[in-house]
Design a protein around this ligand. Structure first.
Ligand code: SAM
Length: 323
């Protein structure tokens, strides 16, 4: 079995392989020596792939093209997971993971599980000693996600429960370090999420919402339940573009400035453009280029709004004062 928590070298019967044709064209394959995979690049027999190393460039049986046989990772899974719901992508996954302070050993509560895209990344981040409790109220989705976690070697680290987060709460108390809510009405789950936090330490919560009205209601609820440092982020999508800039030596730069000054002076004096001074200062050859990355000022779009807040523990002397 292929695990998302470790790497193996050779592909075996029953393993998951991510067949990579291009960045936009990948597909998950479960190795079954009786099957053949066909695409526009040709015919690929699973029996030819079994025994090969992960990472192999695999020519098609009929010689029409090739594909790469990649080891599954949460990043690749997010690109090929069968969509049973909308899913989280890496732009948000990486930001949320960092901002929730997740690390090996973290205990996390997630709801809803959806297609399990984020759950796969969470599991890898918190392995080997952490745990993810994830809640999904749609029975079929919960079942499919559970099967994925089992097949991907994650069932020791993920507990999935089919449960309505609004009506039944999470049924967890004093246990988790962080909470992530990707629900249509996160405010209805915040009281129960608050009880799930380890009560004697600081914790972090994040609500993922596509519209600003949901953010407003989540903020009101977080505030009402005593969460602090409530902040909202919007992840904007911008392409990186490669540009070239010439690198001048000091001598060439001085020379270039001289040429420019010369031209200016000549324009002022209305002299002809082919004077001797300009010719002698001219740079003999084009300078080498430096490649730099620039972002266009226009954003292409956004993913969603991410509302973060901090859970503060109730200190012993505060309890004494309240009592
Ligand atoms: N973050 C997930 C991922 O990356 O794959 C996608 C989550 S999906 C957008 C939202 C999920 O929340 C859906 O699967 C939906 O069934 C579930 N959901 C909605 N209301 C719920 C509730 N009251 N309790 C538990 N799950 C709920």
């Amino acid at each position: 079995m292929t695990s998302f928590l470790s790497y193996k070298t050779f592909i075996e019967e029953g393993d998951l392989v991510i067949a990579y044709m291009s960045r936009e064209n990948m597909t998950p394959l479960i190795m079954d020596s009786k099957l053949t995979y066909n695409n526009k690049f040709g015919t690929f027999r699973h029996s030819d792939m079994i025994g090969k190393e992960y990472g192999t460039k695999m020519p098609s049986h009929n010689g029409r093209g090739f594909m790469y046989l990649l080891h599954p990772t949460p990043e690749l899974w997010t690109l090929v997971v069968p969509h049973r719901t909308q899913i989280l992508y890496m732009a948000d996954i990486s930001f949320i993971t960092t901002y929730l302070d997740l690390k090996p050993g973290s205990i996390i509560l997630e709801s809803g599980t959806g297609s399990g895209s984020f759950s796969h990344s969470l599991a890898r981040t918190i392995a080997p000693n952490g745990h993810l409790y994830t809640f999904e109220y749609h029975e079929e989705r919960a079942k499919a996600a559970r099967q994925d976690f089992e097949k991907h070697g994650l069932s020791d680290i993920i507990t999935i429960e089919c449960r309505d987060a609004y009506k039944d709460g999470f049924g967890i108390t004093d246990l988790v370090h962080a909470v992530f809510l990707d629900l249509p009405a996160p405010w209805d789950a915040i009281a129960s999420a608050k009880a799930a936090f380890k009560q004697n330490r600081i914790g972090k919560i994040c609500c993922f919402s596509p519209c600003i009205e949901q953010v407003q209601r989540a903020c009101v609820s977080l505030n009402k339940h005593g969460f602090v440092e409530i902040k909202m982020f919007e992840c904007l999508i911008r392409n990186q573009e490669v540009h070239t800039i010439p690198i001048y030596t000091v001598k060439d730069a001085v020379s270039k400035i001289k040429v420019q000054q010369d031209k200016k002076r000549k324009r002022n004096e209305e002299e002809s453009s082919d004077s001797k001074a300009a010719k002698s200062a001219k740079i003999k050859q084009d300078p080498p280029n430096l490649y730099v990355s620039k972002t266009p000022t226009e954003a292409k779009g956004h993913t969603s709004y991410l509302t973060f807040a901090t859970f503060l523990p109730v200190l012993d002397d505060e309890v004494d004062r309240v009592n």
